[in-house]
Design a binder for this molecule. Structure first.
Ligand SMILES: [Zn+2]
Length: 360
């Protein structure tokens, strides 16, 4: 009788999946879309692979819709996401069995699958990334290329989660400037480059990580860039700029560092804002059309690379209360300072979103 306050049964090391699902099951825009399009309304006739002979969708969107409906019915305190997991493993075989996985990897693959099932194509053969080398206004170019991308990739997933990145590379020899644009589903912020920018004992903030991400870097002799004008590899300067902010901004803190043979987990504390996060105010980004974001969910990871545990904190979209989702167990709980060292994937929603029609 308390919709949204519901655990997910652990099917054997599936805390990574449960925490990811909790964050998505609390995304109001995604819920609205899945509710409205439940089963067949938004069914894409161009894709027959994911439907049976009656036109009923059988893809991952179908199982997520089913789970969402059960989850928000208010009839259960724990739901078993077994059907969802089986379907997921059919599409992405690495999730078969009882192994522990990366919650961020699942999130990226699941959203991409959902997008592929739901997208409608108006035109085809349009490149999603394009290069411009002239001195035109980059915001205009970015918007034009975004519209082109949308022609081929219209989906609720893109509407909700995707933004656009601009990458500028300048050749150190001939000063040829290459500007490319590509959509992103999440920002993957490294922790290590921040250390060089701000040495000392200062605690990292999400703003510092974002600043470091958009700071220019030199592609040196060890990692040179192929300059199409010089027709050879050259040292170059590269800079990223965020030129379109999504409705829901997913920020991935790179806590897992992979080297040739082993992986390392970084437990550095990162302070992140709960409300009024305005990444568009940070230099190297285009001002945010949504003004600012509020945190709505946080997936955390505690422990080492090979033996860790995932939990999720989510804000109830109707009551505004925070809950800690730990597989089957749910408790009303705000984020605390210990979550600064565990926060792994943050979900920010622009604060113009309204949640009033949830139960209607
Ligand atoms: Zn060059």
């Amino acid at each position: 009788s308390n919709p949204g306050v519901c655990g997910l049964y652990n099917l054997g090391n599936t805390c990574y999946m449960n925490s990811t699902l909790q964050c998505l099951l609390h995304n109001f825009e995604l819920m609205k879309h899945m509710q409205h399009s439940c089963y067949i309304i938004d069914f894409n006739p161009q894709i027959t692979l994911h439907s049976d002979e009656n036109g009923i969708s059988t893809g991952i969107a179908h199982y997520f819709s089913k789970l969402l409906k059960k989850y928000w019915s208010g009839e259960f305190s724990v739901v078993v996401p077994d059907e969802f997991k089986q379907q997921l493993a059919k599409i992405h075989s690495q999730f078969d069995g009882n192994g522990q996985h990366d919650g961020q990897e699942l999130l990226a693959l699941f959203l991409e699958s959902l997008h592929q099932e739901r997208k409608t194509m108006i035109k085809s053969n349009v490149s999603s990334t394009e290069e411009t080398t002239n001195g035109h206004n980059t915001d205009t170019t970015a918007d034009k290329l975004w519209d082109k991308y949308i022609d081929d990739n219209q989906s609720a997933i893109v509407d909700i989660f995707q933004g656009q990145l601009e990458s500028t590379v300048i050749c150190s020899k001939c000063e040829f400037k290459s500007v490319t644009y590509e959509p992103f589903m999440y920002l993957s912020l490294p922790l290590n480059s921040v250390d060089e920018t701000s040495p000392g004992e200062q605690t990292l903030t999400l703003e510092m990580c974002l600043s470091a991400y958009t700071k220019s870097e030199i592609l040196d002799d060890e990692n040179p860039w192929y300059c199409p004008t010089c027709c050879c590899h050259q040292v170059a300067e590269k800079q990223l700029r965020i030129c379109r902010w999504p409705d829901t901004l997913i920020v991935y803190i790179k806590r897992f560092l992979y080297h040739s043979k082993n992986a390392v987990k970084v437990d550095d504390e990162v302070l992140f804002p709960m409300e009024s996060f305005n990444p568009g105010a940070i230099s190297g980004t285009r001002p945010n059309r949504f003004k600012s974001y509020n945190l709505v969910a946080c997936m955390s990871h505690f422990g080492g690379v090979y033996s860790g545990h995932y939990t999720a904190h989510c804000k109830h979209p109707v009551t505004g209360k925070w809950y800690l989702y730990n597989d089957e167990n749910v408790s009303e709980q705000e984020l605390s300072s210990k979550d600064n060292a565990g926060a792994y994937v943050l979900f920010y929603q622009h604060n113009a979103a309204r949640n009033s029609s949830l139960y209607s």
